[in-house]
Ligand binder design. Structure first.
Ligand code: PLZ
Length: 469
């Protein structure tokens, strides 16, 4: 089934549409990118890393064009942000109209109606058959922080339960909630206390290969942790319905529903972090829908405003209104340009084509890459949902992670003009996050490059059966 792609002419407001084809005309990075990167090094903190040091000049549909004229197939969407494409006309039109009126008032100083409209859409579409309210902020980490503030104010408790392989942000509290030390937390402690971590249900390195057993073990650990902390210890339990940075880990069926039940039974606010998995990425508006669960609070950001900074905390009215007036806010919280962009994103999802495309991207990708599970012994797993898919590389004998192979495949793709990203606590997972408007031919071309890279690099770096960490 081909992807239902919006025609190029309607995808752009620019006079000349960007050609939707891969093109590598220089070494990667090219000479102009190299020169700009040298200037950057003289001006910008070296604390920022970079996946692919090319400077982007234009982006449209499924293509990023650099300053040397190279065109990359976009399998990143700016880390699951430009899901409707970098230049969706509905987003552009809304932002342009708002830009002509005003850019900022500060919502805590004077009001504007687009903030209410974004809140109303989220209250309606976020899972949960109960009365909801929404608060808007700018970044994902800010949404996570505010969810904890709200849960603490509502429960009068303070502890936070998070999970192995979790990623929730780079601010001090969210660093504490994030699992991976390097690069996120190293040298930045001490962190706020009261954050405790439990096991998740799924891992290739798990002691047991029986998913039911792994789930039961993980749930038992959560129960023990809650008992140990006292019945009124935890204010919130926070989980990503598919763990993103941690390695696109899909929970075992029933795990999230069991956590939901444990949270309810213990009076803990169940917070679902849909910042990476939400807003249509998985083929449903929210990944929680696959497991039939609803958070008391659900967090969105990233794709919510198609590239403008906007995040949201949406939850039960009694929780969201438990905070004293003036207790929530921020200078840029729910900025009018970002709210306008979100309304454009909602327009883009209206006819259902983008959700259908996300599901078609999964079918096409699995058809193309699943044969590798048999053909290449280091391909340990292909997993994910919709347009949030990943491959995990392991030693077939020891199941030890192969970050060396993932890095080599990733670099190979970049050299061929395909922008892939690595993720995973062990850095051994390649993830695919294409925009949902990607042309079918472009998707196939990008997947063929990835497949060839996996075959070629796994021959150069064969599995040894020896621990290489
Ligand atoms: N929760 C589930 O995926 C952001 C991080 C990139 P911010 N993930 C990309 C990086 O290296 O900084 C993320 C997420 C989940 C929270 C966040 C945090 O969102 O908008 O980056 O603050």
């Amino acid at each position: 089934m081909p992807l239902r792609t919006v025609t190029l002419e309607s995808m752009t407001t620019s006079a000349v549409p960007l050609v939707q084809a891969r093109h590598v005309g220089t070494a990667i990075p090219g000479p102009r990118s190299k020169a700009l990167h040298a200037q950057r090094a003289d001006q910008v903190s070296s604390g920022f890393g970079v996946t692919l040091p090319v400077f982007i000049d234009r982006a449209e549909g499924g293509i990023l064009q650099d300053v040397d004229g190279n065109r990359f197939i976009d399998f990143a969407s700016g880390i699951a942000v430009t899901s409707v494409g970098a230049t969706h006309p509905m987003v552009q039109a809304r932002v342009a109209e708002q830009l002509g009126k005003f850019t900022h008032t500060c919502y805590m100083v004077t009001e504007y109606d687009s903030f209410t409209k974004v809140a109303a859409w989220l209250n309606k579409h976020v899972p949960g058959n109960f009365d909801k309210r929404t608060a808007l902020f700018s970044t994902g980490a800010e949404a996570v922080e505010n969810a904890i503030k709200i849960a603490r104010a509502a429960t009068g408790r303070n502890k936070v339960l998070v999970f192995e392989d979790a990623y929730h942000g780079r601010s001090l509290l969210t660093m504490a909630m994030t699992a991976k030390e390097n690069p996120y937390k190293m040298n930045f402690g001490p962190f706020p206390g009261e954050v405790l971590r439990a096991a998740t249900s799924t891992s290739l390195q798990s002691k047991t290969t029986d998913p039911g057993e792994a789930t039961a073990e993980a749930l038992m650990q959560v129960e023990r942790l809650i008992t140990a902390q006292g019945s009124d210890g935890f204010a919130a339990m926070v989980i990503e319905p598919i763990q993103g940075e941690g390695g696109f880990i899909v929970p075992a069926p029933g795990f999230l529903a069991a956590l939901r039940e444990i949270a309810t039974r213990n009076g803990i606010v169940f917070v679902v972090d849909e910042i990476q998995s939400g807003m249509g990425r998985t083929g449903k508006l929210f990944a929680s829908e696959y497991e039939g669960i609803a958070g008391d609070i659900t967090l969105t950001a990233k794709a919510l405003a198609g590239g403008l900074p906007l995040s949201a905390v949406t939850g039960r009215t009694e929780l969201m209104n438990a905070v004293h007036a003036g207790g929530l806010g921020g200078t840029y919280a729910g900025n009018p340009l970002a709210c306008a962009a979100a309304l454009g994103v909602f327009d883009a999802f209206e006819d259902g084509i983008l959700l259908e495309n996300a599901r078609t991207i999964e079918v096409t990708t699995r058809e193309m890459l699943e044969p590798l599970l048999k053909e290449v012994d280091a391909v340990g797993d292909i997993r994910g949902r919709g347009a949030m898919l990943a491959l995990e590389f392991v030693d077939p004998t020891t199941k030890m992670p192969r970050p060396d192979l993932a890095a080599a495949i990733n670099a190979h793709c970049h050299q061929q003009g395909v922008l892939t990203l690595v993720c995973g606590t062990n850095g051994n997972v390649i993830r695919l996050l294409p925009p949902l408007v990607i042309a079918h031919g472009l998707l196939l071309d990008g997947l063929a490059v990835l497949r060839d890279a996996i075959v070629a690099e796994s021959r150069i770096l064969p599995s040894t059966g020896v621990t290489i960490l």
